[in-house]
Design a protein around this ligand. Structure first.
Ligand SMILES: Nc1ncnc2c1ncn2[C@@H]1O[C@H](COP(=O)(O)OP(=O)(O)OP(=O)(O)O)[C@@H](O)[C@H]1O
Length: 798
């Protein structure tokens, strides 16, 4: 938690930090500047610093432009060495320019004023590295001098003498900005959050970490201004995209963000504790800390495309793009027959398709699918003047022997071909003609060539051992009888029926994707010769083609291409990890076989019906790597009024589980409304319009999955009473499973009972739905909820 404010928004001391109460003599009455002028003065001081920073940035931009031009000039020299050098320079300067040209909304956002440190060592960013104050830094009379002031920003900036103007938020020297608390202040006396836009400083908010001290900076008493930066950030209206929290990361979150990358960092925390935010900031931190190592890419796996679009702006705002791929679990399969899956299976079908038992079924299907289509009954060829024939039985024996072991089916085709040739050769009897091994070998290779050249042999092979695609095998599983054969003793009849029906659908479901990916691994991709790139004849003459960079490719395109070609990553971050099914864990695990991991989740929010089975699959994916565990305990999203209501459902969903502590209160209790005659349309429209009128940002309406379309129609075109037409974009209707990870200023939940009854994990899904609001929550109940006279559903009563 943030420290208590020492001075409130009017500039007066408040709480225990009051100068007079703590026995610190204040300056004489009358000489104290008015709160407004104090604030103005402090803002003015930060403005001066920001001006210096921008002047320095402009110099750096000039330098970068010079480098680019210089590099271009070198390009005209034309020797291969100069060209390679030019390419590297253009790349570096381009990255630099890109960053600098970005007029960040708040390029500079923090400042810490520090006591003298224990030792005098400086880090590479020019700041002193000591965390603890030097002996004697505080005088016996409780006064102290500020020895160092650091400004924290999105990227580091040094002045011309290599003194730090801005410290990168990820640098070790910036850690005290996030870690210092009044209990363990270290060297920090004052922690300041600076609000700026472009080149203008708009405001400052201070926390005093050592309120008992009277500290002086350049002979003047250190002032403290503000209302609490964290609370100000939390109270802001939510839009359609997530904001970074770089200016207000809290100590327990900072520990996770900066945890060493080795092995597995495992983070649990209830709704709103900042798990997603922390995961994103951690990606940026890891890149900063060891860019070379993570050039292998960082993959962030997110549960839904909605959450991907909600969060994907955060990394660019932290100055990171390109190396990090944020992907929904439904779009992880990259094969040509893949795509973005957004369909959801019924809970019963999903339960079968996500289960680890599917692995056995898929193994059978991958091999069994060879029998599909028009399988020729016999193979006939003419070789060495003889008619040779392999009948059904012989062919079955050969196939079984080729399929022995676990190698991918598509890669076994050469082996099957060789076994066919062996059988034909044996039948030809030609092997006994020569005793000389060299002559026999020659004869055999002539035989193989002859047979292979025959069209009938080639077309037989194509039909008998076709190249299988994951999609074709999945489609084959839509046949109930066939699926029953492949899943004998694994799935029961009901499960087979449900799964087969779901495979018959044209659209891919989120759960299909993990199956496609598994099939891809079981089938393998045959090696094909790479098509040669078109060569410019002139370049071939000079040999320059190999040396020239592909000039038409921008940095962004290059990053995208690399991301597409990449199948394994250096670090994998799994968000909402509690939702991954066993089959999805296998898919994600394949992308991080040699990676380090960050896994964030909350078991109480799991929509998967069998958490133990999923945990076993997770442990298999993460292997024996050691785990480092963290818990986040503070709910930054929900006001306490909303959190209290949600805690009732948590007690039902996971008896004994502890709810995170909410830090804000709005004074607005959740509102309940029972739908008239069981038809919720009227109540939904009225309540949604009411909420639109009350909050500035978005209103999320969470309903059971099967109600989505109906409620979208009901709320189409809705605006606040007398509100502008643009309001319509502020209402978003979501199925219960789609609400994962998202948040809205106000949430309207329709029928808790319907959501809870949707699946065996329904209560946990309801817990998710009830924890999406940052300000207000309204619950509309139907008769199924058994509401009391106040409209409070049975499930939510005390
Ligand atoms: N230190 C912080 N400063 C400001 N805002 C914060 C901080 N930590 C979290 N938040 C805000 O709290 C909200 C919840 O954060 P986030 O979505 O990361 O939580 P979560 O743990 O992933 O929640 P859930 O489990 O419900 O998905 C976000 O709006 C986030 O920006």
């Amino acid at each position: 938690m943030a420290a208590q404010q020492a001075v409130d928004s009017t500039g007066d001391p408040v709480g225990s930090a009051k100068g007079a109460e703590s026995g610190v003599p204040g300056p004489p009455q009358g000489s104290e500047p008015s709160p407004d002028s104090l604030r103005e003065r402090e803002i003015g001081a930060e403005q001066e610093h920001l001006d210096r920073v921008y002047r320095r940035l402009e110099e750096k931009i000039d330098e970068a432009e010079f480098l680019m031009n210089d590099a271009a000039r070198r390009g005209q020299v034309g020797t291969p060495g100069a060209l390679a050098e030019r390419d590297a320079q253009v790349f570096r300067a381009g990255v630099h320019l890109n960053r600098l040209n970005n007029e960040f909304e708040d390029f500079l956002f923090g400042r810490i004023d520090l006591l003298k440190g224990k030792d005098g060592k400086k880090g590479p960013d020019g700041a002193y590295t000591a965390v603890e104050p030097a002996e004697g830094a505080v005088r016996e009379d409780g006064t102290a001098d500020i020895a160092e002031t650091l400004h924290i920003g999105r990227i580091g900036v040094l002045d011309a003498d290599y003194a730090p103007l801005v410290i990168d938020w990820r640098a070790p020297a910036a850690a005290p900005f996030y870690r210092s608390t009044p209990v363990e202040p270290g060297r920090v006396v004052r922690r300041r959050v600076i609000r700026s836009k472009g080149r203008r400083v708009l405001g400052v908010e201070d926390d005093l970490m050592r309120p008992e001290l009277t500290a002086f900076l350049d002979g003047e008493r250190l002032a403290a201004i503000g209302d609490g930066a964290l609370m100000a950030a939390l109270g802001q209206a939510r839009g359609h995209t997530m904001r970074d929290i770089v200016a207000s990361i809290q100590a327990e979150q900072d520990l996770v963000i900066r945890a060493p990358a080795a092995s597995v960092t495992y983070v649990e925390g209830g709704p709103g504790t900042g798990k997603t935010a922390v995961a994103l900031h951690r990606a940026a931190y890891l890149l900063y800390q060891d860019r070379r190592r993570y050039s292998g890419g960082i993959l962030i796996v997110s549960p839904t495309p909605l959450l991907v679009s909600y969060t994907e702006g955060v990394l660019p705002s932290l100055g990171e793009e390109g190396q990090v791929a944020i992907r929904a679990v439904g779009s992880l399969y990259e094969g040509p027959d893949g795509g973005q899956a957004t369909e959801y299976d019924s809970p019963a079908a999903a339960r079968v398709k996500g289960s680890a038992r599917m692995l056995k079924v898929l193994r059978k299907a991958a091999r069994g699918a060879l029998e599909l289509g028009e399988v020729p009954a016999r193979l006939r060829v003419v070789a060495f003047g003889r008619r040779l024939e392999l009948d059904t039985e012989a062919l079955a024996r050969i196939r079984a022997s080729a399929l022995g072991g676990t190698a991918p089916v598509n890669l076994l085709r050469p082996r099957a071909r060789r076994l066919l040739l062996d059988a034909l050769w044996a039948q030809s009897g030609a092997g006994s003609r020569h005793t000389d091994p060299e002559l026999a070998a020659e004869l055999r290779s002539g035989f193989d060539e002859d047979v292979s050249a025959e069209d009938s042999f080639q077309s037989f092979l194509d039909a008998w051992w076709p190249e299988l695609t994951p999609r074709s095998v999945l489609a084959a599983m839509a046949d109930e009888r066939r699926l029953a054969r492949w899943s004998r003793r694994v799935l029961n009849q009901n499960e087979v029926r449900r799964a087969a029906r779901s495979f018959a659908r044209k659209e891919l479901s989120v759960h299909d994707v993990a199956l496609l990916d598994e099939l891809q691994a079981l089938l393998g991709t045959p090696v094909r010769p790479r098509p040669r790139r078109e060569l410019d004849p002139l370049d071939q003459l000079t040999g320059l083609e190999e040396l020239m960079p592909r000039r038409e490719e921008t940095q962004r395109e290059r990053a995208e291409r690399l991301a597409q070609e990449r199948t394994e990553y250096a670090h994998v971050i799994v968000d909402e990890a509690q939702d991954l099914t066993p089959m999805q864990w296998r898919m994600v695990g394949r992308r991080g076989r040699h990676a380090t991991w960050t896994v964030v989740g909350d078991p109480a929010q799991s929509s998967w019906s069998d958490p133990e089975e999923a945990a076993a699959a997770r442990d298999e994916a993460l292997g024996s790597r050691p785990r480092r565990r963290f818990t986040l305990t503070v709910n930054y999203r929900n006001p306490s009024e909303v959190a209290e209501l949600a805690a009732r459902v948590l007690a039902l969903a996971m008896p004994g589980a502890e709810a995170p502590r909410a830090v804000r209160s709005t004074g607005l209790r959740p509102r309940f409304r029972a739908a008239q005659d069981g038809a919720p349309a009227g109540a939904l429209r009225e309540e949604a319009a009411r909420l639109l009128g009350q909050v500035d940002g978005t209103v999320g309406v969470v309903v059971a999955m099967r109600r989505r379309e109906e409620v979208r129609r009901i709320l189409a075109g809705l605006t606040a009473p007398d509100g502008p037409a643009a309001d319509t974009g502020r209402v978003v209707v979501l199925g219960s499973l789609e609400a994962k990870g998202l948040e809205y200023d106000a949430t309207l939940v329709l029928s808790p009972a319907e959501i809870a009854d949707e699946s065996p994990a329904g209560l946990r899904v309801l817990y998710v739905a009830l924890t999406r609001a940052t300000q207000q929550l309204t619950v509309v109940s139907t008769p199924r909820d058994l509401p009391d006279a106040e409209g409070v559903p049975d499930l939510l009563r005390d």
